[in-house]
Design a protein around this ligand. Structure first.
Ligand code: C5P
Length: 208
């Protein structure tokens, strides 16, 4: 492995998760999907009858989130929507900060993907990728993924949901979704998974 911190940020279904996993495998470093932490907090609200839009109740849910991290329900659209709602509360972001920092600080290096890795969690990262794709490309991916899981959904509804989530993530005051000044923007609209990973590897190699 290489002792590098690689930050991979971007919106939902941009391909950042695929790229982060690909880079972690390529360089032999551990990977943290930070969205899962927020999803676990959102899901904990639902499981415990706590209001995700109430800052104090959302912070309370952080105490129960750990036990839910392996739950397959975290991958659902519902959990993603709840995650986006709890993630606007500064108290929730604070509660999740230390473990993300600790992960980034591992001596062998790390890959983290999320929304604020290059800006807030690991501003010292050696490589920062900001992964984007058109709403149409992202909606088509999500649609294909859902059909593959045997779930029905209208493409237009998926696109509307993605746009709403983008607006919430980009518009929030605390740690909004924004490219770090020193991030390299990678547009995956026209790329398949392997091509996106190859493009990311090329960016990392250029920085080493
Ligand atoms: O990446 P994923 O879709 O799993 O993230 C779910 C939600 O969690 C995002 O829409 C975002 O609101 C929030 N999130 C965040 N900061 C991160 C990762 C995720 O606010 N680092």
């Amino acid at each position: 492995g290489v002792a590098m911190i690689i930050a991979v940020d971007g919106p939902t279904a941009s391909g950042k998760g695929t790229i982060a996993r690909g880079l972690a495998a390529r360089y032999g470093v551990p990977h943290l999907d930070t969205g899962l932490l927020y999803r676990a907090v959102g899901f904990a609200c639902a499981a415990r009858g706590l209001d995700p839009d109430d800052p104090a109740q959302a912070v309370q849910a952080c105490d129960f989130a750990d036990s839910l991290l392996a739950d397959p329900e975290l991958r659902s659209e519902a959990s993603g929507g709840l995650a986006s709602r709890v993630s606007i509360h500064p108290g929730v972001r604070r509660a999740l900060f230390d473990r993300q920092r600790a992960f980034a600080g591992q001596p062998g290096g790390a890959v983290l993907d999320g929304r604020d890795i290059g800006t807030v969690i690991a501003p010292e990262a050696d490589v920062k990728l900001f992964v984007i794709a058109s709403v149409d490309a992202r909606a088509a991916r999500r649609h294909r993924e859902m059909l593959g899981q045997g779930r029905q959904a209208a493409l237009a509804d998926i696109a509307a949901d993605l746009a709403a989530r983008d607006a919430r993530d980009t518009g929030r005051k605390d740690a909004p979704l924004v490219a770090a000044a020193d991030a390299v923007v990678l547009d995956t609209s026209a790329l398949g998974p392997d091509e996106a990973i190859a493009a990311a590897v090329a960016i990392v190699e250029a920085k080493r």
